[in-house]
Write a protein that binds this ligand. Structure first.
Ligand SMILES: [Zn+2]
Length: 253
């Protein structure tokens, strides 16, 4: 299996004092970096696609979380002028807030043939929610985005980047077909938990690292995956899903 690299962006901000969007010291990528990364993809035969589209050889997904204003004001024009597309995952309660896109911009993304997905309604971490709140979070954000775009919304990325089996089941029940977390990996095989891996692109990502992450070659990706897995152990032991599972095992004895 060739795999499907999915890159995770947040905002394209060149400077901390940028007036537009919400600057993040770690996740804000400069427009210059983003341009070089798009050039690298083109030079190496990669083709950005939407999750709901056919996947040619070299398919890659460029995802943008949160609904930052720079997604529409900077990333979308840079993609459009190259004939490329992205997958924009929007937190619907943030729409219209300072630094975030508004409903007209969500519509503009869809009209520019960009992918529009959910990134929750409130950005609360799904594993922390009751069953009722979980379902509400997933369905209300989907409905709002479908009303703004006028088309089905069936992709989402997890706020906080983590989820378990319960959250994936709830997303499937709510009608999502693709659920991305923030666990790095190449998506060369279907994961037992059915989530799609994503690889974060940060301000510190050099174009060389970018290339190694997209192609998932060399030691850099393995080191990144190992570091993420090491951080994951205490979360799994203490997190809701792990706790519930352990409790279930104890009870079944
Ligand atoms: Zn987020």
């Amino acid at each position: 299996m060739i795999g499907l690299p999915i890159l995770m962006y947040h905002g394209i901000h060149t400077a901390r004092d940028a007036r537009r969007g919400v600057f993040d010291a770690r996740y804000s990528v400069t427009a210059e970096q983003f341009a070089r990364q798009l050039d690298w993809l083109g030079e190496h035969g990669y083709v950005p696609v939407r999750l709901d589209a056919a996947r040619p050889e070299g398919a890659v997904v460029l995802s943008f979380d949160d609904g930052d204003l720079s997604a529409v004001e900077v990333a979308m024009p840079m993609l459009a002028e190259r004939g490329l597309v992205g997958e924009f995952c929007v937190t619907t309660d943030w729409v219209g807030q300072p630094g975030r896109i508004d409903p007209a911009a969500v519509r503009a993304l869809a009209e520019a043939s960009m992918g529009v997905g959910s990134h929750g309604r409130t950005h609360r971490h799904l594993a922390d929610l009751s069953a009722h709140d979980l379902a509400e979070e997933l369905t209300s954000s989907k409905r709002a985005l479908e009303a703004w775009t006028g088309r089905p919304v069936d992709a989402m990325s997890l706020p906080g980047g983590r989820g378990g089996r319960r959250e994936h089941l709830a997303a499937t029940d709510a009608g999502y077909r693709w659920v991305m977390d923030s666990v790095p990996g190449p998506n060369r095989t279907v994961r037992p938990d059915r989530y799609l891996h994503r690889v974060a692109v940060t301000r510190r990502t050099t174009v060389g690292e970018f290339g190694r992450l997209v192609s998932w070659r060399g030691v850099a990706p393995r080191r990144l995956a190992a570091r993420t897995a090491a951080l994951e152990v205490p979360k799994r032991l203490l997190g809701n899903a792990g706790y519930t599972r352990v409790r279930g095992l104890v009870r079944s004895r």
